[in-house]
Design a binder for this molecule. Sequence first.
Ligand code: XMP
Length: 548
Amino acid sequence: MGVDRFSVAGTGEGRFFILFDSPKWLSAGNKVFFPMIEQIVILDFGSQYTQVIARRIRECNVYSVILRYDTPAAEIEKLHPKGIILSGGPSSVYSKDAPLPDQAIFDLGKPMLGICYGLQLMAQFLGGSVEQGQKREYGKGTLQVKEASSPLFAGLPATLQIWNSHGDKLTRLPKGFKSVAVSENSDFAAIGHSGRKMYGLQFHPEVAHTPQGREIISNFVHTICGCGKNWTMRNYVDIAVEQIREQVGKEKVILGLSGGVDSSVAAALIHKAVGDQLTCIFVNNGVLRDREADTVREVFGRHFQMKLQYEDSKKIFLDRLKGVTDPERKRKIIGRTFIEVFQAATKRAGKARFLAQGTLYPDVIESVPIAGNPAAMIKSHHNVGGLPKKMKFSLVEPLKCLFKDEVRELGVELGLPREMVYRQPFPGPGLAVRILGEVTPSRLTILRGADSIVVEEMKNSGFYYKIWQSFAVLLPIRSVGVMGDERTYDFTIAIRAVESQDGMTADWVKLPYELMEKLSSRIINEVKGVNRVCFDITSKPPGTIEWE
Ligand code: XMP
C-alpha cells in the first residue's frame, strides 16, 4: 500500500499532526494510528457516547479510532478507513457555532453512518432539512423497520426497542435517501441511501438501552463496510511486540509496576517484546494491602522471570506520614515521596532511554470542547501530572490505543493471572485514603485485616467481579462494645461497596444481608481492635468513593 514519509498538520487549530513513524503505524500527537489495520473512523461531535461507539465497534472485532469532528478528509483518507461514523453531539445543526465536518468527507466514497446529530448533519449537507422538533424525544422508544431488506437491520425483528436523546428532527430527506424505519415521533428514525452506502439513525444504537444496537453496529461494520474480524487481542500482541521492538531497539526500558491492571499488562507485553531490556520497579510505599508486594514478586519475578527491582520504601513513606491528618497533605506526601523514590530507583536500575507507561486510549482522546458536553469535563482528577519533566525519558505506551476491557483481555492473552487482570481499582495512595486521620502502623494492621476479609468474602459470594469496588475503611473513633464478658473500646470499620462505570458516579450496592452479616461477624471476631462495622449507603455524588 505504501504509506509515504509524511508530516502533515491539519485542523483549524493546528492540533492534528500526523507524523510518519513507520509504514505500519503513525503517531499523531500522543495517539497511534494503524493504517494497515481495517478500521472505522468515528468523528466526534461531542457526544457523551462517542467512546461507547468506539468500544461497540471493537467488540465486533473491528478496530476503531476517534478523531475530532473537523479532521480534514485528506487526513482521514490516509488511514484507509472502511467506513466513517458521525457521532451524536449536543449541538443543533442550524446553530451558528455548530461543529461541522470537512465537507469533503461526503465525497470520499466511504460507507457512512450518522448517529443522531450525525444523521442530521449528513442529511443537511446532502440537501435534506432539519428542524426543531415539537417535543424533545428522550428515553425509550419503539422502532418499526419499514425496509426489511435494509442491510442495517438484517437479521433483526421488525420492531425494536430503542433509546432516543434529541430535540431536532429531520423533516425532509436528502435526494436518493429513503426512510428505512420509523419511531413514535419520527418518520425518519433510520434512513439510508443504499447506492452510496450512507445511513443515519436518529436513535443511539451504541447504548445498552437499545438492546439490539450491537447487531445494528455489527451490520454496519461487517455487511455494509465489509470489515472482517481482525481486531483481537491475540493479533494485537503481535502488532504491539513488533512496534515495541522497533521503537526500543537495543535500549533499556524502565517501568513503574504498581500491581494494578494497566502497569501489569504493560509489563507483560513489553517483557514479551524485549525481555531483559525491561526493568520493572516496584515501590512498596507502606500503604499496600496484605500480600500485595508478595503477589507482585511471585507473578513477575518468579513466574515471568522479569527483572524486578523491589524498593522497600515503607519506612520513608510512613515516617513522612507521621502525625499528618489532612487528606490532601497525605496524598501530596505520598505523591512526592513516590517520585523521589522512583527517581533514585531508576538511577540504580542503570541507564535507560525509555520509560514505559500504561496510558490507555481514553487518556489520549482529545475531548471536543463543545458547551454542554459532559464528557469534556470528565477528566480523571487522580494521578495527573506524573513524573517530573526533568526525567528525560522517551515514553513507551503500548496500551494507548486500547480501552480498559481490551487491556484486561490482553492481560489474559499474555498469561497474567485472572485475579490480577480483573481486580478492582485500588487508589495510588493506597490504604492511606482508607484510614481517616493519621496513618500509623497499628492502624494499617487493622485495616489490612479487615480488607482481606472483605476481598475474600466478596470473592466467595461472587460479588467481587460484578461490582466496581468493595473495601473497608478504618474510622479511628472509638465506641463501646462488649465481647464475652469484657467491655471493649475499639475502632469502627465502614464497608463500602459501589457499582460504577468509570468511577465518576457510583451507586452503593445492595449486598444481601447474609453477606453483610458474615462480613461484620468475621471482621469483629478476627480483627483485633475493631468492635463495630457499618455499611456505607451513600451514592456518588454526593459522596466520593474513597473516604480519605
Ligand atoms: P473518588 O474517591 O474520587 O474516587 O470518588 C474515584 C475512583 O478513583 C479512585 N481513586 C484513586 N485512584 N489514585 C488513583 O489511582 C488516587 O489518588 C485515587 N483516589 C481515588 C477510587 O478508588 C475510585 O475508583
